[in-house]
Design a protein around this ligand. Structure first.
Ligand SMILES: Cc1cc2nc3c(=O)[nH]c(=O)nc-3n(C[C@H](O)[C@H](O)[C@H](O)COP(=O)(O)O)c2cc1C
Length: 194
């Protein structure tokens, strides 16, 4: 019986995505711990129309929310798109709120074609804190992704190390005692869906 559940939400829909194998590798490291269950949330397999706050319970929204709600830790993985994170991930996050993220441990990972991936991580950190998630300090930026993967595996030793540390942190900090709510989360008045 699983005692800790670690999920990864993959923000790339691309067939040859690098974000997907990076998230999968982080989960495989988490799964090496005893009583850990993992769940890779592949947005290509879920039907999630562009979010409309008037109809937030459509298609596979309930499945997305339920899978994330049952996770103790969530890796948010995104490609770098225009210096930020992907619309697919943003859309999925907009279907979620405090029920899925409050007091949940979150790890961040991003993958860039170029050499400047860090703003994406900053943006995801802000969003996570607005949802009162507990974001681990260690984060993974993978610049010049084409040079770091081969046949769906991470070939760059430094990148692999960083991804593996993220996988471990997801388990080690899955049950951290929650901090008081962030100021920004108290101002995020629409996110509780109530
Ligand atoms: C719409 C779009 C915008 C992008 N913007 C950036 C960018 O601002 N900086 C960058 O380094 N790479 C950018 N890229 C390249 C992606 O980050 C790169 O292809 C990455 O591998 C995508 O992740 P994936 O392999 O998981 O799909 C962009 C790609 C697309 C399709």
């Amino acid at each position: 019986m699983a005692e800790i559940r670690v999920a990864a939400l993959v923000g790339s829909l691309r067939d040859g995505s690098y974000t997907q194998p990076a998230c999968r590798h982080a989960l495989s490291v988490a799964a090496e711990f005893e009583a850990v269950e993992t769940d890779l949330v592949d947005l290509r397999t879920l039907s999630l129309p562009i979010f409309d706050a008037d109809v937030d319970d459509v298609a596979d929204a309930a499945e997305l929310r339920s899978r994330l709600r049952s996770a103790d830790s969530i890796v948010l993985g995104s490609p770098v798109y225009h210096g930020s994170y992907s619309s697919a991930l943003k859309n999925a996050l907009d279907y979620c709120g405090f029920d899925e993220f409050e007091d949940t441990t979150v790890g961040l990972l991003c993958v860039a074609g170029g050499s400047f991936p860090t703003p994406t991580l900053d943006h995801l950190r802000s969003v996570s804190r607005a949802l009162d998630a507990w974001v681990v300090p260690h984060q993974v930026a993978i610049p010049r992704a084409r040079e770091c993967f081969e046949a769906g595996e991470i070939t760059d030793a430094g990148v692999r190390d960083r991804v593996e540390v993220l996988g471990r942190r997801m388990v080690e900090y899955a049950r951290i005692e929650p901090d008081p709510r962030t100021f920004e989360s108290t101002q995020n008045v629409g996110a509780d869906g109530r």
